[in-house]
Design a protein around this ligand. Structure first.
Ligand code: NAD
Length: 418
């Protein structure tokens, strides 16, 4: 019987996809599905209806990019491994964990060979496992640098969780190590692969809201356990800012398509709260961009969960609320309709897709087609530079000037083909 480690919905998704994989594996080589002879069903509804969801290209199991998942904590077990069951181009083929018993249980659950379970000391032996094309680093923040560098030396492409690291120097080291090893590096900014965010980027770029003027956002949650690594500076690098504030910061950048030139920030670290002996409990930041666009955001580890963003242009505004959740993102936008002589509020219903599956599949296609990822290491490095400036501003009480990055920090916008 399958150990009860996954939520029911995720187990269903996995079983559905796992049985598909087993069926594909059982077919003789020449009759395995591929993108050329993929099952295609015709559309039966009128052209005025939203097109139905029909099967698209799905790679057979042996053509999917094999990942080693490094670190089996909440995110890996709760989101990333279940999302592999929904992905088209990615599959888990190895696990790396300090807890052998847990790793073997999860390996059995996901059909991963017991010989493909590693610990943090045997991690480098991934070099001789040809099934593993990429590693997905899901460890506490300050460990990202070491495991990215070792993964690159083992010849594997690297998908690394946000925040990229805990210092600019570490980010630069990670980028250089991947360049030297000729492997790709992508930072797992899942929001940039999420359908509502992607639609919002398109609407902004098309000029739907006129010229963007303001961005306002919050990403807060109330932390419990005072002993967790997220509250230890040496492991987390900071408090709420690099963990959840980075979503607001990154969204201000990718929605506007601009880079900030100045930042002014304040942080609070209450002395009487045992959770915050090492890191900030809350942070407020104001960022100025070259066009005159400004971004203001709040982030906290001591306020009730709240996640929204709003972009305001000269001719309309849009909100995502919740903005940064794993599921159930919602959008509203408001525009004046001259023909109707009315300000109209819209709530588009965009098909939900698993953000982690979308993000992993983008990276897998970049590996398979040798393309540049949309969120490479440079994107994480730029957020780290701005985060450092936020802390410096909070410490000095002064605005901090920022130099533009030497080159664009993002690759081409993700499409269905990558
Ligand atoms: P977690 O604490 O649940 O898991 C961390 C894993 O690392 C555990 O299995 C733990 O055993 C292991 N580990 C190895 N060395 C450790 C050490 N020295 N101290 C503590 N743990 C150690 O954390 P998580 O929530 O899975 O977060 C992991 C990473 O994923 C972080 O970088 C975090 O910022 C990121 N994250 C991203 C998202 C997202 O939406 N993209 C969400 C949550 C977490």
């Amino acid at each position: 019987m399958m150990p009860d480690l996954l939520p029911a919905a995720s187990r269903r998704d996995f079983l559905r996809s796992a049985s598909g994989l087993v069926a594909a594996a059982a077919l003789p080589q020449e009759s395995k599905p591929n993108q050329q002879d993929d099952v295609q069903l015709s559309q039966i509804h009128a052209k005025t209806e939203q097109p139905e969801k029909v099967p698209g290209p799905i790679e057979s199991s042996d053509q999917r990019t094999g990942y080693a998942i490094v670190g089996l904590g909440r995110l890996a077990l709760g989101e990333i491994l279940p999302a592999m069951g929904k992905s088209k181009y990615s599959k888990p083929v190895a696990l790396v964990s300090g807890d052998r018993e847990k790793a073997h249980k999860i390996a059995a659950q996901y059909g991963i060979k017991p010989t493909s379970v590693y610990d943090y000391t045997t991690y480098d032996q991934l070099a001789s496992n040809p099934e593993v094309k990429a590693v997905y680093i899901v460890l506490p923040n300050s460990l990202h640098e070491e495991f990215v560098v070792r993964g690159a030396k083992a010849g594997k492409h690297i998908l690394c969780e946000k925040p990229m690291a805990t210092s600019v120097k570490a980010c630069e080291h990670m980028i250089a190590a991947c360049k030297t090893a000729s492997v790709k590096l992508m930072i797992a900014y899942r929001s940039q692969y999420e359908p509502y965010d992607k639609a919002l980027v398109k609407m902004i770029r098309s000029g739907k809201f006129g010229t963007l003027k303001q961005f306002i956002s919050t990403n807060s949650q109330n932390q419990g356990d005072p002993t967790q690594w997220r509250l230890k500076k040496s492991l987390a690098g900071g408090g709420c800012m690099p963990d959840v504030g980075v979503y607001c910061l990154n969204a201000a950048r990718f929605l506007s398509g601009e880079e900030p030139t100045e930042v002014f920030a304040a942080i609070d670290q209450p002395k009487d709260d045992p959770r915050f002996t090492e890191v900030e409990a809350s942070c407020q930041a104001i960022l100025k961009f070259p066009s005159g666009f400004t971004a203001t955001f709040n982030t906290a580890y001591n306020a009730h969960k709240s996640q929204f963003l709003r972009v305001e242009g000269t001719e309309g505004f849009a909100e995502l609320n919740p903005a940064f959740a794993y599921h159930g993102i919602k959008m509203k936008f408001s525009l004046y309709e001259p023909q109707l002589k009315l300000e109209m509020a819209h709530e588009p219903a965009i098909e939900e897709k698993d953000q982690f599956a979308e993000e992993m599949d983008h990276f897998s296609l970049c590996i398979q087609k040798d393309l540049q990822p949309h969120t490479p290491g440079e994107e994480g490095l730029q957020d780290q530079r701005i985060t450092d400036a936020i802390y410096e501003s909070a410490r000095t009480g002064k605005p901090i000037r920022l130099q533009p990055p030497p080159s664009p920090t993002r690759g081409p916008e993700p499409t269905e083909e990558a």
